[in-house]
Design a protein around this ligand. Structure first.
Ligand SMILES: NC(=O)C1=CN([C@@H]2O[C@H](COP(=O)(O)OP(=O)(O)OC[C@H]3O[C@@H](n4cnc5c(N)ncnc54)[C@H](OP(=O)(O)O)[C@@H]3O)[C@@H](O)[C@H]2O)C=CC1
Ligand SMILES: O=C(O)[C@@H]1CCC=N1
Length: 269
């Protein structure tokens, strides 16, 4: 049976997922989007050939609804959906912090809800989507979520109690790497390299390091040791990183992201 999937609140992550689903072979005719602004609806219809409908219409027509609004907009969206949504539909939320119980409490009793934390590399089919079942979601619902998000990268099942941590590591994770690239490019400028060259050198170092981490099966310490020659350049840099507390800063940063995800659970921001 053909399934209709609607993305509700098609902003950055919603569009990234939509584009990935189309690349993965979903037909535009089986996809719906909802937006708050008509210009955005026109843009998405023009770009992907998908129908843009109201949230109420999506609730009536879609078998699976992917909620991709900001956590602060989730309460309002659920109020709009509730009168039109029956408990035979699957609701997938991609919102940081929002718990499955927050959603279940606002929808028809028994509605299956799955919480997913994707990240923006779904745009290049290298996403990571961390998946948890709500209290009425079955194994089949989880498999369906894995089919959707697995088309644009990897998936991992975790208990919902680990979702805030996963959000800190994986949902926000790409931003930390972009931040590092930006800072290291600035360092290249300081050392006298043209910006474009500094950027290319750092990006290729990042790609090479990432592929080695993924494919070699080696522990990151071992990979770093292989770069760190006695009395060489790398150890001079590592000493500065340790002197400036970069390891401690990363631990504190991810803890702050985890805590912020917990705060967002109220839906009030
Ligand atoms: N960006 C990321 O890397 C990730 C984001 N997420 C989660 O995804 C969600 C969206 O984030 P992001 O894509 O960055 O944010 P965006 O603001 O880009 O997307 C949210 C979209 O929802 C629209 N919207 C808000 N309310 C409604 C409504 N009632 N009906 C229809 N559309 C509505 C907004 O419209 P308008 O344009 O008018 O504001 C906006 O386009 C968040 O909950 C976030 O936690 C999860 C993983 C990664
Ligand atoms: O910053 C945020 O809140 C969202 C959730 C994970 C990535 N971006």
């Amino acid at each position: 049976m053909t399934q209709t999937v609607a993305v509700l609140g098609t902003g950055k992550i919603g569009e990234a997922l939509l584009s990935g689903m189309i690349r993965a072979g979903w037909h535009a005719a089986d996809l719906l989007v909802t937006t708050r602004r008509t210009e955005r609806a026109d843009e998405l219809q023009g770009r992907y050939g998908v129908d843009s409908v109201s949230n109420a219409e999506a609730a009536k027509r879609a078998d699976t609804l992917i909620l991709a609004v900001k956590p602060q907009d989730m309460g309002k969206l659920l109020d709009e959906l509730a009168p039109h949504l029956t408990a035979d539909r699957l609701v997938i939320s991609a919102a940081a912090g929002i718990t499955t119980s927050f959603i279940e409490e606002r929808l028809a009793p028994g509605t299956p809800v799955v919480r997913v934390m994707p990240n923006t590399p779904v745009l290049v089919d290298e996403g990571m989507s961390v998946i948890s079942a709500g209290s009425h979601a079955t194994g089949e619902h989880i498999v369906h979520a894995e089919e959707i998000f697995g088309g644009v990268g990897k998936t991992l099942r975790v208990p919902e109690s680990q979702q805030d941590a996963a959000t800190a590591l994986s949902g926000s994770g790409p931003a930390y790497f972009y931040f590092l690239v930006e800072a290291m490019t600035d360092a290249g400028i300081l050392l006298g390299l043209p910006r474009a060259q500094a950027h290319d050198l750092i990006v290729q170092a990042a790609i090479g390091a990432a592929v080695m981490l993924r494919d070699s099966g080696e522990h990151p310490v071992k990979l770093r040791e292989a770069v760190t020659s006695p009395a060489g350049t790398t150890i001079s840099a590592i000493r500065e990183l340790e002197n400036h507390g970069v390891r401690a800063a990363l631990i504190a940063a991810l803890e702050a992201a985890r805590d912020r995800s917990r705060e967002l659970a109220s839906g009030n921001g």
